[in-house]
Design a protein around this ligand. Structure first.
Ligand SMILES: [Ca+2]
Length: 335
């Protein structure tokens, strides 16, 4: 531990801060890491002060709205809002945390060089983990491992700890985890004969957070349907329904809540139930497994059933993560 020096008296890298009188070789030297930590802390203080200014608050809200719009609509739409987002950020009298958010977004989209312009090894919490992913992404595995190792010792129930362990095992991005077919089954890709509907997903005053159910069956793991979104967590009774024009022979249905290159990966339903209908009229409850980090909710139909529709409904209250589905994976019996 060390105490950051007062402003105006910053040491330079290599300066000896403390020397032990009895053991001259025991000393504390000002390092690049310390300098970055200090810059980070000052950035945070500047932000706290600036945030009290209504004009700054309006800018933050505007930037956040743009970011959330991109989050809701997927990575490929980011290009439409990127310039406006950057222009909004440029007006802020500080930039550390907001820039980190931008770095994290680029990380998830696999643009590691660009992400590193916004992240640093002295970033806090999640951003530091993202920095490690970037280091992996640009081939600096040793630096990535050093950070993963710190996080892997953390709270085992914390999502970040799980990510770090995954990073230690192999240089893989959590958002690139596949949802493969199991033995004896084959994935049935969505087509125009599938129809998705869902509970109301519009937040008053936040139209950019409208969740479009069809985004959960567009075959694209970077786009998603979601319930009400930021500031409005999960509540019991939210539902998502998938219907087929003609009954489909189904073995398993998986709800992908982490997607690919996505912004949010923690939005599995904290309580969920499912029911199916074979004829479109009579519904039967079926078992559905609960989701978890990197473990999607799923329904297994044993034996295989030919279903007309399936409906998922939340049963739990949870905040702040909303419920989201990047893609519904339907698996039928292999021919
Ligand atoms: Ca999708």
């Amino acid at each position: 531990m060390y105490a950051p020096p007062a402003a105006g008296h910053d040491p330079v890298v290599g300066d000896v801060l403390v020397t032990c009188p009895n053991h001259p070789s025991y000393r504390i030297v000002w390092t690049e890491q310390m300098a970055q930590d200090l810059a980070w802390r000052r950035g945070s203080e500047a932000e706290r002060t600036a945030r009290e200014d209504p004009k700054v608050k309006a800018l933050i809200d505007a930037a956040e709205a743009l970011r959330l719009k991109a989050c809701a609509e997927g990575a490929e739409r980011w290009h439409e809002t990127e310039a406006a987002y950057l222009a909004t950020l440029a007006k802020l009298p500080y930039h550390a945390p907001t820039r980190e958010m931008l770095g994290r977004m680029y990380t998830r989209w696999g643009q590691f060089e660009k992400a590193l312009q916004y992240l640093s090894p002295s970033s806090g919490g999640w951003s530091r983990l993202y920095y490690a992913f970037c280091m992996d992404g640009v081939g600096k595995r040793d630096q990535a491992l050093a950070i993963y190792s710190q996080y892997a010792k953390g709270d085992p129930t914390w999502v970040g700890t799980q990510w770090a362990k995954l990073g230690l095992e192999k240089p893989i991005w959590p958002w690139d985890l596949d949802i493969p077919a199991e033995a004896g089954e084959v994935r049935i890709k969505p087509d125009s004969h599938w129809h998705a509907t869902a509970t109301a997903t519009v937040i008053p005053g936040k139209p950019h957070l409208t969740g479009r159910p069809e985004l959960a069956i567009d075959g694209d793991r970077t786009t998603s349907w979601a319930t009400s979104g930021v500031g409005a967590g999960q509540t019991p009774g939210e539902w998502f329904k998938l219907e087929f024009d003609t009954p489909l022979s189904v073995k398993r249905i998986v709800l992908d809540h982490y997607g690919k290159k996505s912004i949010y990966t923690n939005n599995w339903a904290r309580g969920i139930e499912a029911e199916i209908t074979l004829d479109g009229a009579t519904w039967h409850k079926v078992d559905v497994t609960a989701g978890a980090i990197f473990e999607p909710s799923m329904v297994r139909l044993e034996p295989v059933q030919s279903i007309k529709a399936i409906k998922f409904t939340t049963t739990a209250t949870h905040d702040p993560e909303w419920w989201g589905i990047y893609e519904v994976f339907v698996f039928g019996p292999a021919k």
